[in-house]
Design a protein around this ligand. Structure first.
Ligand SMILES: Cc1cc2nc3c(=O)[nH]c(=O)nc-3n(C[C@H](O)[C@H](O)[C@H](O)COP(=O)(O)OP(=O)(O)OC[C@H]3O[C@@H](n4cnc5c(N)ncnc54)[C@H](O)[C@@H]3O)c2cc1C
Length: 285
């Protein structure tokens, strides 16, 4: 098997990380941190198929603007990313989002149009902004409003995000609002995403209230007020970096270059399990 290396167990443990996007970079960084905290020797190699690190994350400069071509911010109520930035010495470069520019836009007929106020990923918290939005046709708006009367599914099993939205709000809401919003967050096709794994609160809203619109009408007034002023993801909960997300990729790359071997332009085509051998690790790339 070309490229296959057997390694006696007595040697330094060897770890292969496949992919140099944020997941692979963070894994390499965390492993190096743990190794130095615990005084362990680890031989870590990161394999990246492409010519650069960062995966889908990237920042370009154009006409005096910094444009993040993938992720532009991260959630702050789960502290992992914030803490990582601080450990990487990026604390000073953290940038809170400006509430003045809160909201999401979707491209409609070639123009960026604001998502109706209060539209929270899958579901509106108020109907008037949906009815006034140019994004949807009159039929699409009616179909969203009809959600109030669509009976809840009896069988509480999981379904795809796309099937849930189509069933409750219709295809137009899926194509013109939900797919652009959710696709950007999960980097995935809503036809393949499990609702229970990604946005279980919407399943619970259907189960507990019979309708998502009804559920938001019974929500606490303060929560509804918050929903109405933000659309898309809750941008008040997000932070970015002054130099764009490339700052994070650069800082991670610099750190891991000190402690790991990085092999660019090296796609891994197979992971083979070796015949069991008590003196060798059982996998090779
Ligand atoms: C437009 C857009 C906006 C987004 N906005 C946000 C946001 O604001 N906030 C947020 O938190 N998230 C956001 N996301 C999601 C976030 O960017 C991704 O979840 C995250 O960057 C994924 O990182 P990853 O390392 O898992 O995957 P990727 O970035 O896809 O990296 C995978 C890497 O693995 C390499 N690779 C693949 N196969 C092999 C192989 N066989 N051998 C070697 N290398 C291989 C690829 O070349 C690639 O470099 C957004 C995504 C998009 C597309």
């Amino acid at each position: 098997m070309p490229g296959c290396v057997n390694m006696p167990l007595s040697q330094t443990p060897r770890i292969a990380i496949i992919g140099g996007g944020l997941t692979g970079l963070s894994a390499a960084h965390r492993l190096s941190e743990l190794a130095s905290e615990q005084g362990l020797a680890l031989d870590i190699t990161l394999f990246e198929a492409g010519p650069k690190l960062g995966g889908i994350v990237g920042t370009v400069e154009r006409d005096g603007y910094l444009i993040d071509t993938g992720a532009d911010s991260f959630i702050t109520n789960k502290p992992g990313a914030l803490q990582l930035c601080q450990r990487l010495g990026l604390g000073e470069r953290l940038q809170a989002t400006d509430p003045k520019y809160r909201g999401a836009l979707v491209l409609h007929n070639g123009r960026p149009v604001p998502v109706p106020e209060g539209f929270q990923l899958l579901s509106p918290s108020a109907l008037w902004p949906v009815l006034a939005s140019p994004i949807l046709s009159p039929w699409g708006k009616l179909r969203i409003a009809a959600e109030y009367f669509i009976p809840a599914r009896k069988n509480g099993s999981d379904e795809t995000l796309a099937s849930f939205v189509r069933r409750r709000f219709g295809s137009e809401a899926l194509d013109r609002l939900v797919q652009p919003l959710v696709g950007g967050i999960y980097t995935s096709d809503p036809e393949k995403l499990s609702l229970a794994a990604t946005l279980p609160r919407f399943l619970e809203m259907e189960r507990d209230h019979g309708s998502l619109i009804r559920a938001s009408r019974t929500a606490k007034p303060q929560a509804v007020a918050e929903d109405r002023v933000s659309s898309g993801a809750r941008y008040g909960l997000f932070a970015g970096l002054r130099g764009g997300m490339r700052d994070l990729v650069d800082a991670l790359s610099m750190r891991i270059n000190e402690r790991c071997t990085v092999r660019l332009d090296t796609p891994i085509v197979a992971i083979n399990q070796l015949p069991t051998d008590p003196d060798a690790l059982p996998y090779c790339l």
